[in-house]
Design a protein around this ligand. Structure first.
Ligand code: BGC
Length: 764
């Protein structure tokens, strides 16, 4: 046979095999609509196989939570072969994913592919800034691109589902997981949620089937960020109005942007664990919002309902979780053990199981896993994508945009590029691990560009490094607690010496990357260890200090705010940290970030947030003590939400509203002129806040309802127009009804939540 004939024969055989397969497995027929394919598949499934789809196991090595005693590799492999596993998490790498996928597809009766989940929280191997830092950019295009980079890397190693974005609004700097979200505000949080969801998944459902996109997961549903006193996993007890107005909007935005999965949360909400919460999962998510993807539990959160005192045993926990709409059990080992029996005994309706399975299969079909279960398993692509130059350029761009300039007196910044003696002090300046931040399961330790390495690239100055003091004692490992807070001050003298003879001192201080994140709540928000002392000692010999902060949460630094002339908030910026920081310090990038969370003056102010309520005694009009305040510290934050400086200055003028009074449903068009009045080209985030003067439920003193990131050359003026519609002007009452009420509104427009130009209008 000649080659042509051979090819033709090959094609013929392939077609015949696929027709035969389609007859044997009619759900593999790509020409049929997805819902029909699901019907065809589900008709063949036993109750055990259905339950299997609702069962998710961790891979065989990594753990991101306590490992349940039921879990062992032998049992997992057995269940996998028996078709009792629908998903795995934390399996990674083409080889590894292919191996488990092969078992699911080729060794089980129905060959249903696994959906492979992973915590791609701020990148896979090439890490972008922690999500809180990214939110500080207020740059939705950049955030979307950053999620695209993460999706490109994750999908190249076999992963097709990320457990992100975390869209938990939180007012609690003490809570370690604020590093994972977008901060304290629901409006900004909603915009970030949309950027991240579309970055991971693409803009349309069809994009999900592309090989470089992955399914996203809005988590943690819901109100996890309101844990009392910021203590991890703690009780949440909040009003429905707060739930509807502050907690749910970013989830709703994610759902509207097409997010394919939700994860519920560890906490109880007003007495009911989120995992067993029908009101959240059935009434709101799957009811009101018509969400047709699936809900995964958080790690062992089904079983934890026993510890919460909400279920007496595993069977009851399973019954309550499934009834409440938790579709997939992550690592509780309960659905697989209990659910089939609960259905057989009539305690759980099979229709509920069917609904859950349909949702899970739907996402698998949408990803294209039935059409090619190995589509994400291409070793060539894996090699070409991971750590590529393009990905590094992408995360560097995001890192620069995430930096917030908090103070810049005496024009200490940007640094001059030549002829300067610079002392670089602080163990974090020479740390290649900490800047990677928390949640970096797939990254290799010590792979960040350190600040020292970044600054060394500017060769016109004389740079000397001294650590001054260590931050950590003990070894760096992902799940282990690090031993922080060394008391050793033996390095102070050397640091003092280099500082004394320097023109400028750059001090990199703050939290280690593992001092925030899951399980890392703190009751102090100061500089850990002896860093504060080091700062004050260096200040005595040279006050020309640029303080570069590394942290995963707002810190309380009243002394630094009062004394240190220049402060740069540099968070944990990921793989390209040192390059980003150096470019900002040397003025090759003019910082434009704005805080997504208020920074308190001290921890006793927490929770502190800009969109608080007035109280009946907001000011000390009478000059007496009986007004809402503290006697030992001002009630305002040290650095407010929305605040951030630039090397240039921006002037606002001519704030205008298109009319004085509006009917409900009309658009309120607000415009303002912004001028770059300084000496550098720069970017500014123009922010619009509203206040509803009197309403049937008291409204916050201020609420962000619009913003635009603009670029202005020096001397340039732009008119920025922001529009308010019913979507921005109303609020939810305690029953979840959305109301736009007549009355007067104030507006404020400026470059921060604490001041701006003011005006007002009326809704008739
Ligand atoms: C976290 C989730 C995460 C899951 C899987 C849990 O401990 O709360 O956010 O996705 O582990 O790693």
């Amino acid at each position: 046979m000649n080659t042509k004939k051979l090819i033709a024969a090959g094609i013929f055989t392939l077609i015949t095999i696929s027709i035969m397969n389609a007859q044997k497995k009619p759900h593999l027929d790509k020409t049929k609509p997805i819902e029909e394919r699901i019907d065809l598949l589900m008709k063949q499934m036993t109750i055990e196989e259905k339950v299997g789809q609702m069962n998710q196991y961790n891979g065989f090595w990594e753990v991101t939570g306590p490992a349940p005693k039921e879990g062992n590799a032998e049992l997992k492999y057995k269940h996998l072969r028996d078709g009792l596993v629908g998903s795995m998490l934390s399996v990674r790498g083409v080889k590894e994913v292919k191996a488990v996928q092969k078992i699911a597809v080729e060794e089980t009766r129905l060959g249903i592919p696994l959906i492979i989940g992973f915590d791609v929280i701020h990148g896979y191997k090439t890490l972008s800034p922690i999500p809180l830092a990214e939110a500080a950019s207020w740059d939705m295009d950049a955030i979307k691109k950053s999620a695209q980079v993460a999706a490109a890397e994750a999908s190249a190693v076999g992963i097709n589902w990320t457990f992100g974005p975390n869209v938990d609004v939180s007012h609690e700097a003490r809570w370690g997981r604020v590093m994972e979200g977008a901060g304290e505000d629901a409006y900004l949080g909603s915009k970030v949620a949309i950027a991240r969801v579309t970055g991971f998944q693409g803009d349309t459902k069809a994009d999900l089937a592309k090989v470089n996109t992955i399914a996203a997961c809005a988590k943690h549903f819901a109100a996890y960020g309101f844990a009392e006193a910021g203590r991890e996993y703690n009780t949440v007890d909040i009003s429905n109005s707060r739930l509807y107005n502050e907690v749910l909007p970013p989830f709703h935005a994610a759902a509207e942007a097409g997010v394919r999965t939700f994860m519920n949360s560890f906490n109880i909400l007003n007495g009911i664990p989120a995992t067993g919460n029908s009101f959240l999962q059935r009434d709101i998510l799957k009811g009101k919002w018509n969400f047709d993807g699936f809900v995964v539990s958080d790690w062992a959160s089904v079983r934890e309902m026993i510890a919460h005192g909400f279920a007496k045993d595993g069977a009851e926990a399973t019954q309550k979780a499934v009834t409440a709409g938790s579709d997939m059990d992550m690592e509780s080992y309960l659905y697989v053990a209990e659910l089939a029996n609960l259905v057989k005994s009539g305690k759980v309706k099979e229709s509920l199981v069917d609904d859950a399975v349909r949702r899970i299969l739907r996402v698998k079909f949408e990803l294209g896993l039935f059409d090619d279960p190995y589509k994400y398993c291409d070793e060539k692509r894996e090699k070409a994508t991971i750590g590529s130059k393009a990905n590094n350029d992408g995360v560097l761009d995001m890192a620069k945009k995430s930096i917030v300039l908090l103070k810049n007196e005496k024009n200490l910044l940007p640094l001059q590029k030549i002829g300067q003696k610079i002392a670089l002090i602080g163990a974090l300046a020479n740390d290649k691990n900490s800047p990677l931040g928390s949640w970096r399961i797939a990254s290799d330790d010590n792979t960040a560009v350190s600040v020292l390495e970044g600054m060394q690239q500017y060769k016109g100055n004389e740079l000397t490094f001294e650590k001054g003091a260590d931050l950590t004692v003990g070894k760096t490992a992902f799940v282990e607690e690090l031993v922080f807070n060394t008391t050793d001050k033996s390095g102070f003298e050397a640091a003092r010496k280099v500082a004394a003879s320097a023109d400028v001192v750059v001090m990199v201080l703050g939290e280690h990357g593992f001092q925030s994140g899951e399980g890392r709540s703190r009751t102090n928000l100061d500089l850990p260890g002896v860093q504060q002392e080091l700062l004050e000692e260096i200040y005595k010999v040279n006050p020309n200090i640029v303080l570069v902060l590394n942290n995963g949460r707002p810190l309380a630094l009243p002394w630094a705010a009062a004394h240190i002339p220049a402060i740069v908030e540099a968070w944990h910026l990921g793989t390209q940290t040192g390059n980003a920081v150096a470019q900002v310090l040397y003025g090759d990038y003019n910082p434009s970030g704005k805080l997504p969370m208020s920074f308190p003056r001290n921890v006793g102010q927490c929770p502190i947030y800009y969109n608080n309520y007035s109280t009946g005694r907001p000011t000390n009009g009478e000059g007496n003590v009986f007004w809402s305040h503290y006697t030992d510290v001002e009630k305002t934050p040290q650095f407010p939400f929305g605040f951030g400086l630039s090397y240039t200055t921006f002037d606002y003028k001519n704030l205008r509203i298109n009319k004085a009074a509006f009917a409900k449903g009309e658009s309120v068009v607000v415009s303002v002129e912004v001028t770059n009045s300084g000496n550098y080209d720069g970017k500014e985030v123009v922010q619009l806040y509203i206040h509803d003067d009197a309403a049937s439920l008291a409204r916050p003193v201020k609420e962000l309802k619009g913003f635009e990131l603009i670029t202005l050359k020096k001397g340039e003026t732009k008119t920025v127009t922001l529009t308010l519609t019913d979507k921005e002007l109303g609020f939810f009452d305690n029953d979840g009804n959305y109301l736009v009420e007549p009355g007067t509104f104030k507006i404020m427009v400026g470059g921060s939540s604490d001041k701006g130009l003011e005006s007002g209008f009326e809704i008739k």
